[in-house]
Design a protein around this ligand. Structure first.
Ligand SMILES: Cc1ncc(COP(=O)(O)O)c(C=O)c1O
Length: 385
């Protein structure tokens, strides 16, 4: 099943024929604008702002939320490194928290790592798996923290009756090549907070002050250029039609694959915070060697072996260095924040025993079922009976 094709070619062709490559050129009739409106309707967020990457979506959301020097932001120790680096871009520092067996940030560890300087939490919905958002939002309310969801790896995924990215105060999507929908590179900020949206627009476009904030009392500030072109908007508008069918295929394949892991010794499906809408699958073993040997199968990956997704490989964070010494967020931090390779032991233990199973959304269900049975036979041969 092609991820991009005629629909994208058609939309791109219309933009090129029209000659208006600036996203604002055609106003509300432009593809980018229509993509934002449709994504907002789909997710339930009041506002969607397209930006040029998931990293910049996180940075824009943090800047819009007023996070800055002296603030601490809680980030899981298992995520793509960009989630941890985004706070540094606004002058704040990331504080790492363990994940639990759901492979998402542990609410217990969030509570343990909160300090008087904590301002925000970035829960990350890894691998289409969802965080325990009810508990995270409750903790955030109790401690007066902001929640910026990193839903870069979970575009279009539901948590109970809501959509990832539209549950916290703001959310970030990525549309890079590996994500559920793609424009090669791209991202979006989601929020239902009017002020946050206006500030996000200011931050993502240095020309925002000539683009109609006349109805807002929000004071202007200097921003970056994280805008997208109408070419990106055209591809995303076409991609959106593919999202719901993709998520349905993932859900169906997750269900048949998860079934194959029932009743095994030493191995079980990782706990999920909304099993009824699950669209991602990991399994957890009792010991790391079993996981390592299972990961030799095609389409299976042991999570500890996924490079820059594991905090021990974030040399760039451990260095605590910035592009200029006077722009170093650690110099402004409210306390000494240290990073050591053993600071999130529970995460390392869980990742060393967990494997991700690719669900093969492009394959027929029968093929996926047969593959799941083959994986089960492999586990039985490994002594999981
Ligand atoms: C969890 C997570 N957060 C943030 C990002 C950053 O997205 P982008 O590559 O679009 O900047 C990614 C991308 O891989 C990601 O997986």
């Amino acid at each position: 099943m092609p991820r991009v094709g005629l629909r994208e070619i058609y939309s791109l062709g219309r933009v090129i024929a029209n000659g208006q490559l600036l996203r604002y050129g055609r106003g509300p009739r432009g593809y980018t604008h229509r993509f934002e409106t449709r994504l907002a309707e789909k997710t339930g967020a009041a506002h969607v702002l397209t930006v040029n990457s998931g990293t910049n979506a996180l940075i824009t959301a943090l800047a819009a939320a007023g996070i800055g020097p002296g603030d601490e932001v809680l980030v899981p120790a298992y995520t793509w490194v960009a989630s941890a680096l985004a706070p540094l871009a606004v002058g704040a520092v990331p504080v790492l928290a363990d994940v639990d067996e759901s492979l998402t940030i542990s609410p217990e560890d969030i509570e343990r790592r909160i300090t008087p300087y904590t301002k925000a939490i970035i829960p990350v919905h890894m691998l289409n798996l969802v965080c325990d958002m009810d508990r995270i939002m409750e903790i955030a309310r109790r401690h007066n923290l902001l929640v910026i969801e990193d839903a870069c790896q979970a575009v279009g995924i539901r948590y109970k009756d809501r959509h990832t990215g539209a549950i916290g105060h703001a959310g970030a999507f990525s549309f890079n090549h590996f994500k559920n929908i793609t424009s090669g590179e791209g991202g979006a900020v989601l929020t239902s907070d009017e002020r946050l949206y206006i500030r996000a627009r200011m931050y993502h476009d240095p020309g925002s002050f000539i683009r109609g904030h006349e109805h807002s009392n929000e004071p202007l500030f200097a921003g970056m250029n994280f805008r997208v072109s109408e070419l990106t908007g055209a591809v995303l508008h076409a991609q959106l039609t593919r999202l719901t069918p993709l998520v349905r295929r993932l859900q169906a394949r997750r269900a048949v694959t998860a079934k194959a892991f029932e009743g095994l010794k030493n191995c079980r499906v990782s706990p999920h915070h909304d099993p009824d809408s699950a669209a991602g699958l990991c399994v957890i073993f009792d010991d790391p060697e079993q996981a390592e040997s299972f990961a030799k199968a095609r389409g299976v990956e042991r999570l500890i072996d996924t490079g820059r997704h594991v905090y021990t490989n974030w040399e760039v964070l451990f260095a605590k260095r910035s592009f200029h010494p006077k722009m170093n967020p650690y110099a402004w931090a409210s306390r000494e924040v240290e990073y050591t390779t053993d600071m999130c032991q529970a995460t390392l233990d869980i990742l060393s025993r967990s494997c991700r199973i690719s669900l093969g959304p492009g394959y027929p269900l029968a093929v996926v079922r047969a593959r799941a049975q083959a994986l089960r036979r492999q586990l039985l041969a490994q002594g999981a009976a």
